[in-house]
Design a protein around this ligand. Structure first.
Ligand SMILES: [Zn+2]
Length: 854
């Protein structure tokens, strides 16, 4: 049949008029999120899941979304990043609808919805990607926009919703979620659980974990805390549980006092997850932690104890910063992280009165922040973000470590009271809602005469750090001029306003000058006329941030006599500054290595000891040529073994032992370690825990000790804990002396299903690319870097950077550096800019090592 012209036109017209806007692109584009935030209000989800006992059986679900729509004539997109056949049915306001499903969205036609309240009902099969399913437990992890991998929803942070969850789980499982359990139905082999409605929370904070967990309960200050865990060693639980409840209670009390706002999310549970991807995740009412960070062994180092207190305080701080007030979009994710870290430091300090907290702040933040900021891959703290599927590449040391340094400078600039009052006002104004960085700046700006806009531009909106030159002129043995000159290495002419505490060693002792850098050059007139100093440290008190180009006499003093500096914080700040100079090629690595071998036995502060041991490791593996290592090893090992013997605490001994295990190269030390592993030799004052022994076995295997295979098999039998055993079994092939086994293992990692346990994968990649295996393993680099883009799509937020770090951590040669450089240079122009930054920052230590060793 042929249509007449008029009929065809009529049809065309109808098609044209009825044509609805194209469905949104994949991911969560900003434009979609803004449109929905403007149209939707009062969102509620009622969601239920049926969880089978077998991890390979599908989880089915039902979700009812209810919301008020301001405008109903246009299509409305839900997010669901799974194949269309996972959606079994969709009802809009009780009527069946046929939505357009594709590109990660379910688009309801405008005809199916209307202004006012709507109710949409989905029956679906959940995607497993963000459900972390194991044999006898599972947990959701939806940050930043991975809820829509599991279920249909509006997967953006500024559509907060009240959630009601119900679960059907195997009979011998238990479960925890944001809301309290309010109902339970027992069937012969299944249990039904109903959880209370939550306060308004975004999709990325909605969570539940289900499986075989034990539960410990503690009451502190009238509040009940519950801890879900899978630890099988009852002594370990008994030893750790009270401290974990105490730490949470103390953090809560401190935050309620500081913010003036009570905890807003009702009950307080936390879940210890073995090999969890992050240190912790701040789901209100159900915080997750990496079990190994909280359940500490007897051998825990002081750093681990502090780290545990910090991560607990960090996640608890999020209950206000992130959960009560949430960023509007993930470009401001740094705000919740900076305040969580910033508050954590304030909370933890009083609990560790013997610790030098300024020194700890220095080590916790500066080296990691510099690790990114000194590279061509440096990124700004606040970045544009067009689509949430790129949010993962925002996370990293700039957010977690540089931002707290910057925030401390802001607090110094404003004064602590004005700063706190500003934060209180900000939290009150946006409670249970969302806010942006400009919202906070506007609150703070009225409380300070400083130009916060200019400050924010240099520190928050732009990438990189200043270079600050010490300009010292000495005449007739006296200072004629002292000034600090700022330079923008990226030649944008930026000025970074910051407070410095300049310290100077003169004959009479240490002189200190408090100065504020607020222009290109800042003179220190009070120093003129003083005798020529032994050294000048612009970063006294661990305050200043940047690349400090020290004067030559100071570098020479530090590299020969660091151990002569009396004050531990000054010594630490000098060490951090000296490390930057080393990376700039201004210090010969062998000289610093020698100074550390002298300084370590004299060091009295364990934080300094730890940093020096870390630097020693890096100097040995990265900045000592492979041919020169054997000659250096004997002296270093002797010094470490003596340190191990003399160390007074278990945690100090554990630090020394970990370094020895990492460096061991001489036959004598390797054999001694084999005896330790075989239980022929014990180390007085140090009992090795299950994982210590396992790591020792892996370190010995990578050294190709005789019968390494037998040792690994024996280790496998020794395990009492199934989770730790599973991790070991996964990592084993990565240390095999058989190159074919290692090759096959690396090949297997190209399949996303073999990369699900990210912590295991990273351990394995570090061993696979161990410096001792560099020659045989460098062939993996190309394919491993090639995978980074896929890993960003399939993995959790920290995985791409950590994968790249683990890939490149073992290499130092000029040739390898050139190959990696060529790989990055050959990336196509449309390669995501932020991922290119990730590669550049991960490759930076390799590039520098090759330059320095050449
Ligand atoms: Zn956090």
């Amino acid at each position: 049949m042929l249509l007449g012209f008029g009929a065809a036109l009529a049809i065309l017209l109808v098609v044209f008029l009825r044509r609805e806007p194209a469905p949104p692109e994949a991911g969560i584009p900003l434009a979609l999120a803004e449109d929905r935030a403007a149209r939707l209000q009062d969102v509620k989800y009622e969601v239920s899941f049926k969880i089978p006992a077998q991890r390979d059986q599908p989880i089915t679900g039902k979700l009812i979304a209810s919301f008020v729509l301001s405008e109903g004539s246009r299509p409305l997109a839900f997010d669901f990043s799974q194949p269309p056949d996972r959606i079994k049915s969709v009802k809009a306001n009780s009527r069946d609808v046929k939505p357009v499903i594709g590109d990660g969205h379910i688009v309801l036609p405008g005809s199916a919805i209307s202004g006012g309240r709507n109710q949409i009902e989905f029956e679906f099969t959940a995607g497993d990607d963000s459900l972390n399913r194991n044999d006898d437990f599972m947990y959701t992890l939806f940050v930043p926009a991975r809820a829509s991998l599991a279920m249909p929803c509006f997967d953006q942070p500024d559509l907060k919703a009240r959630w009601r969850l119900s679960l059907e789980i195997p009979k011998d499982w238990t479960a925890v979620s944001n809301g309290a359990e309010v109902g339970r139905l027992n069937a012969p082999d299944r249990t039904g659980l109903i959880f209370d409605e939550t306060a308004p929370i975004p999709t990325y904070l909605f969570a539940f974990a289900a499986g075989k967990f034990s539960i410990e309960t503690g009451v502190r200050n009238g509040r009940t805390f519950r801890m879900f865990h899978r630890e099988t060693d009852p002594d370990k639980v008994r030893r750790n549980a009270p401290a974990l409840f105490d730490l949470h209670a103390r953090a809560l009390a401190w935050l309620e006092d500081y913010t003036g706002i009570p905890y807003a999310f009702g009950k307080f549970d936390f879940v210890l997850i073995p090999s969890f991807q992050f240190g912790g995740m701040e789901h209100p009412g159900a915080i997750y932690y990496n079990a190994s960070g909280l359940m500490l062994d007897d051998t825990a180092t002081q750093n681990q104890l502090l780290g545990r207190a910090s991560v607990i305080s960090h996640e608890t701080s999020h209950m206000w910063f992130g959960d009560l007030v949430t960023m509007k979009w993930f470009n401001d994710v740094w705000m919740k992280e900076v305040f969580a870290n910033f508050m954590a430091a304030k909370i933890v300090n009083p609990s560790f009165p013997t610790v030098n907290h300024d020194l700890r702040f220095l080590y916790q933040n500066y080296p990691s922040a510099y690790e990114i900021d000194r590279t061509q891959g440096a990124n700004p703290i606040r970045q544009e973000l067009a689509n949430l599927n790129e949010a993962g590449s925002l996370y990293g040391a700039i957010i977690y470590q540089k931002a707290p340094i910057v925030m401390r400078q802001l607090e110094l600039l404003m004064g602590a009271d004005a700063f706190r009052d500003g934060l209180r006002e900000y939290l009150r104004a946006h409670a249970m809602a969302n806010a942006t960085w400009p919202d906070l700046v506007s609150v703070l700006d009225v409380r300070t005469p400083a130009d916060l806009a200019a400050w924010s531009r240099a520190w928050v909106s732009e990438r990189g750090r200043p270079t600050i030159h010490t300009e010292l002129e000495v005449k007739d043995g006296k200072i004629a001029r002292l000034a600090f000159r700022q330079e923008d290495p990226l030649t944008r002419g930026l000025i970074w306003p910051e407070r410095l505490r300049v310290q100077m060693a003169v004959a009479a002792g240490i002189r200190t000058f408090e100065i504020t850098l607020d222009g290109a050059e800042t003179a220190v007139p009070d120093a003129v006329g003083l005798p020529a100093p032994k050294w000048i440290l612009p970063v006294g008190g661990g305050l200043g941030y940047g690349l400090f180009d020290l004067d030559p006499a100071t570098i020479e003093y530090f590299v020969t006599s660091l151990h002569e500096i009396k004050d531990p914080l000054t010594r630490g700040a000098a060490l951090v500054a000296l490390w930057e100079e080393l990376l700039e090629g201004k210090v010969v690595p062998a000289r610093l290595l020698k100074e550390l071998v002298t300084a370590l036995p004299k060091e009295v502060d364990q934080l300094n000891t730890q940093e020096m041991l870390d630097d020693l490791r890096a100097l040995f593996w990265r900045f000592t040529g492979a041919d020169e290592r054997p000659a250096e090893a004997a002296g270093i090992e002797t010094m470490i073994r003596s340190g191990l013997e003399k160390a007074k605490t278990t945690s100090a001994k554990a630090s020394w032992f970990a370094t020895l295990r990492s460096i061991a190269m001489t036959t004598e030390t390797v054999e001694w370690l084999e005896h330790v592993w075989a239980h022929d030799v014990t180390i007085p004052g140090l009992t090795l825990a299950e994982n210590d022994e396992a790591d020792l076995a892996l370190d010995l295997a990578v050294r190709d000790v005789p019968d390494a295979d037998g040792m690994l098999e024996t280790q496998l039998v020794r395990f009492k804990n199934p989770d730790r055993k599973a991790r070991f079994q996964f990592v084993m092939p990565a240390v095999s002396h058989d190159a074919a086994v290692r090759d096959a293992f690396f090949e297997s990692l190209k399949n996303v299903n073999n990369r699900r346990r990210e912590a295991w994968v990273l351990d394995a990649m570090r061993y696979l690319n161990h410096p001792l295996r560099a020659a045989a393993s460098k062939k993996y680099i190309h394919d491993a870097l090639d995978l980074v883009q896929e890993i960003q799509q399939t993995g959790d937020i920290f995985f791409p950077k950590r994968w790249a770090d683990a890939t490149l951590g073992g290499y130092q040669s000029v040739q390898t550096a050139a190959e990696v450089r060529a790989f990055i240079d050959r990336l196509p122009p449309n390669y995501p800019a932020r991922l290119r930054w990730v590669l550049l920052s991960s490759a930076d230590p390799l590039f520098r090592a090759a330059r320095i060793l050449n």
